[in-house]
Design a protein around this ligand. Structure first.
Ligand SMILES: C[S@@+](CC[C@H](N)C(=O)[O-])C[C@H]1O[C@@H](n2cnc3c(N)ncnc32)[C@H](O)[C@@H]1O
Length: 237
């Protein structure tokens, strides 16, 4: 009996040890992924150094990402302000589009049958070639996935959304033809964005500023660290 109790005790100890080991290895795996993520972001920002050391360094914005949940929440808020009876197709742009995730979120939102409005064109402007490469790959992968899905279900999608990623300096890129402009800028640069958007955008267009508010403008809506503005029509004299 004593022997049996010893055996059970040994077994329980082993089990306890094993579960600690398992918890430890899950935690260390998560730690490795977190470190890889941080290293990737630092690496991508390091690749911006030549650009940052150039004449544009005073306007540099580091690469930080927006979560898909936040993008969805932004599009849901926008849908309360966009006229749903619009006949002209809407154009979306993310200035400083990073790895393209916000542009891809705009595409997904536009292609979902239940979405109250759609963008016909979604554009990302980015200076970092690596991030542009990642963005283009995401879009190719999305096109491939949809193509396989449509083949398997024998149903094509009637909604077409054109997506493009361009390598340009956002300060030299005219955003005048877009209906919704998204920006995740930097506190110091918000007055410059305000001046750019005031000069280039048509009345009625929307500006969504992620994290930082635009000084002197009153948002029509806001959420968890984002602000939605509408360019006002000039006052009739
Ligand atoms: C804060 S990140 C935002 C990324 C993405 N929009 C998002 O929300 O996930 C800003 C991005 O702007 C890019 N950027 C900085 N200066 C730029 C410039 N002058 N022209 C184009 N892109 C720029 C950076 O490379 C970076 O990817």
């Amino acid at each position: 009996m004593a022997n049996e109790a010893d055996t059970v005790e040994d077994w329980l100890q082993k089990l306890d040890g094993a579960s600690k080991l398992e918890t430890h290895s899950t935690a260390s795996k998560l730690g490795v992924f977190a470190k890889l993520g941080v290293a990737a972001i630092l690496g991508v920002n390091a690749l911006m150094l030549p650009f940052l050391l150039g004449s544009m360094r005073r306007r540099a914005i580091p690469f930080v990402t927006t979560s898909d949940a936040k993008s969805r929440s932004i599009f849901e808020q926008l849908s309360r302000h966009i006229e749903h009876n619009r006949t002209s197709p809407l154009k979306f742009i993310d200035v400083g589009s990073g790895d393209g995730r916000v542009v891809m979120a705009a595409k997904r939102f536009s292609m979902a049958p239940e979405s109250p409005f759609r963008f016909s064109h979604c554009v990302g402007v980015e200076v970092n070639s690596i991030l542009l490469g990642v963005s283009r790959c995401s879009n190719m992968w999305d096109i491939f996935r949809r193509w396989v899905g449509a083949r398997n279900s024998h149903q094509g999608s009637s909604t077409q959304v054109s997506v493009s990623f361009v390598r340009k300096d956002m300060w030299a890129y005219d955003v005048g033809k877009f209906d919704v402009v998204m920006v995740f800028g930097d506190l110091r640069l918000m007055p410059l964005f305000r001046d750019k958007f005031t000069k280039e955008l048509r009345a009625g267009s929307f500006v969504v500023s992620n994290r930082f508010s635009i000084p002197g403008w009153t948002p029509v809506a806001s959420g968890d660290e984002f602000f939605i503005y509408r360019i006002k029509k000039p006052a009739v004299e």
